[in-house]
Design a protein around this ligand. Structure first.
Ligand code: SF4
Length: 267
């Protein structure tokens, strides 16, 4: 079995949701424009590091979805997203703070680690390069709102960065956050992950995989107001037996568990 951070995180959020998704093959429909746009934007970033025209790459990738009936948030549209994306790419090039010396090797880097019981853990790291001249592991994010920078050190608790540090053994990590707003902003956020955090993440993976393999999938419904995790869970229709919600949000993909490691590509 191949595991990823996405799987571990989903199990920890709600084991029942994990079962719906990874054992029974219920996948969320891809209807959110921002998510698909984020992937197109990352392809444009890769084009930049490979010495190609990143704006043309963005138009090409995002152009495929021009007439796709996505859900756009209020104030968003296909044109608006591409406009914001172009501004962010221009700003990123002007800032010139990130260097990837070997893009063919250091973008979308696949790392794997053996787990007990013939299992494997796989992660795809967006980039390994330099931020402000310092070598680090880099994760790109596109978002409509800024990431919190306070209190100091908050980023060092980010579980995805801790996972990447654990699997790579690299302490220095960074998020480069592309904030889509009227005046585009790019946050360059750095953190250092400790040995202890890496050890703890390894233990968390072992414990979680152990629970999955012994078939423990209780619902963590989180019904307390106002943080009701079920409201944002794509599997809500399955838990409520609501066929309308199931049809709106999900598609069934039997046998999906063999391809679960591909999830890292869409993070
Ligand atoms: S709807 Fe709630 S209980 Fe059901 S899978 Fe989602 S988070 Fe878990």
């Amino acid at each position: 079995m191949i595991y990823s951070h996405t799987q571990i995180a989903q199990y920890l959020r709600c084991p029942r949701s994990y079962r719906h998704r990874y054992l029974d093959g219920w996948r969320e429909r891809e209807t959110r424009a921002a998510m698909v746009f984020g992937r197109c934007f990352e392809t444009a970033l890769a084009a930049y590091f490979q010495g190609d025209d990143c704006t043309a790459a963005l138009f090409k990738e995002w152009g495929v979805f021009r007439d796709t009936p996505f859900e756009y948030k209020k104030g968003e549209s296909w044109d608006r997203l591409v406009h914001q994306g172009v501004h962010l790419l221009q700003k990123f090039v002007q800032d010139d703070r990130v260097r990837i010396h070997h893009p063919e090797r250091d973008l979308q880097v696949k790392l794997a680690r053996e787990l007990p019981g013939n299992n494997e853990f796989v992660a795809y790291i967006d980039a390994m390069g330099e931020l402000d001249g310092e070598r680090c592991l880099i994760d790109w994010k596109t978002t409509a709102s800024r990431y919190s920078e306070e209190p100091e050190g908050l980023l060092s608790l980010d579980p995805q960065l801790i996972c990447y540090s654990w699997i790579s053994g690299i302490s220095d990590v960074a998020l480069v956050v592309f904030v889509r707003k009227n005046h585009p902003e790019i946050q360059y956020l750095k953190a250092a992950i400790t040995d202890e955090q890496r050890r703890e993440y390894g233990r968390l993976v072992d414990i979680t995989v152990g629970q999955i393999e012994t078939g423990q999938f209780p619902p963590h419904s989180g019904i307390r107001f106002p943080q009701n995790g079920c409201m944002s869970c794509p599997h809500l229709g399955l838990c409520l037996g609501n066929q309308e919600l199931i049809s709106t949000n999900l598609i069934r993909k039997p046998g999906a568990s063999n391809l679960d490691w591909l999830d890292e590509l869409v993070d």
